[in-house]
Design a protein around this ligand. Structure first.
Ligand code: PHE
Length: 343
């Protein structure tokens, strides 16, 4: 009887309930009216009295083992309904580490590149007022960028003034204005952030995207400093050393320019993304307009500065050869997974 009990204990302990039915069969087989336990108790009655104590203990061990198995299985069923979870030999699922979003990777790399030459990071609010997004940046009252077509306007309740008109910033240049009011020159900052424009979503445009703004104000800052800083950036980020500055216009910079890098015309893709020119526009920039400095109480006779702004999505699209902007916002794991190694 002793060996039989030992074998049964082993069997009970090895038992794995694959489903509720198997568990019920197990219970009936051991604890049912005609089950193994009852048989053993019958047999127990027939053994010699001096063996009863030891054998009784063995029987109790078996009973406890059965009960423990049943209790453990019940706990799992009530918790997860999954009996297979009891199979401790089953290989566990592989938990892959997460990946950073491509926009985060690119943003961080750009901030790091400017960090190496002394630019610190600053930020400002996404819900702004007209002054910080437009007026403080020398936008004339009738400038088309203020138009409803570009700007999302919102109403904000104010306890004293009632409803006041606010807007979602259309560019990170608003953070320039905030920082110029906050810090004294020298100012050397990069300002990443989300911006909003009232545009239909397509492969090339989105109503919400990201920019990085740069601002450098000090005595004797010149256009040549700006050019050299931006050349350093394009070299560090793209590994491209040929740039050109094309005249452009922004109300808050004078003179203003757009920066192109020479991308090359080696592959078919180069032809496609540069429209056959070999050149690619990367960012807008210029010398901070004296009117903007003055509006921020910085003496334009003493200080000068340059500013630049770039779209993170555009830079990321170039870096990873992605031709649909919507990819960044849909967050399809099959897309995001590909950046795991890019960390
Ligand atoms: N704010 C401009 C834009 O959104 C970019 C820019 C920033 C241009 C700073 C010049 C200086 O297009």
């Amino acid at each position: 009887m002793q060996t039989k009990i030992n074998q049964l204990i082993d069997e009970v302990q090895a038992f794995v309930a694959v489903d509720a039915q198997a568990l019920e069969q197990f219970r009936i087989r051991f604890l049912g009216r005609k089950g193994i336990m009852n048989d053993l108790f019958e047999e127990f009655k027939t053994i010699a009295n001096d063996q009863k104590k030891a054998m009784g203990q063995e029987l109790n061990k078996l009973k406890t083992a059965i009960q423990e198995k049943l209790d453990a299985a019940k706990e799992v069923t009530t918790k997860s309904g999954d009996f297979a979870a009891l199979d401790l030999t089953r290989p566990s699922g592989i938990a892959l580490p997460g990946a950073r979003h491509p926009l985060s990777i690119v943003r961080q790399e750009i901030l790091d590149i400017f960090g190496r030459i002394g630019f610190t990071v600053a930020d400002g609010p996404e819900v702004e007022d007209d002054w910080h997004v437009f007026s403080g940046l020398n936008f004339p009252p009738e400038h088309p960028a203020r138009d409803m077509q570009d700007t999302f306007f919102i109403q904000k309740a104010d306890q004293e003034k009632g409803w006041i008109e606010m807007l979602l910033r259309t560019h990170t240049s608003s953070v320039q204005v905030r920082q110029m009011n906050k810090q004294k020159p020298p100012i050397r900052i990069v300002m990443p952030g989300r911006v909003y424009r009232n545009e239909a979503i397509s492969a090339r445009a989105h109503c919400q995207f990201h920019q990085i703004e740069g601002l450098y104000i000090d005595e004797h800052v010149s256009f040549a400093d700006m050019k050299q800083t931006l050349l350093y950036f394009t070299q560090a980020f793209f590994g491209k050393a040929e740039i050109r500055l094309r005249p452009s216009y922004f109300p808050f910079t004078e003179p203003s320019a757009e920066l192109d890098v020479y991308w090359g015309l080696e592959s078919e893709a180069d032809h496609r993304i540069t429209k056959g020119t070999g050149w690619l526009e990367i960012l807008g920039c210029g010398m901070v307009d004296p009117a903007v400095l003055e509006a921020a109480n910085i003496d334009p006779n003493k200080y000068a500065g340059f500013a630049f702004g770039m779209g993170i999505e555009r830079i990321a699209m170039l870096r990873y050869q992605i031709d649909d902007l919507r990819m960044f916002f849909e967050n399809d794991v099959r897309f995001l997974e590909q950046f795991r190694s890019a960390i």
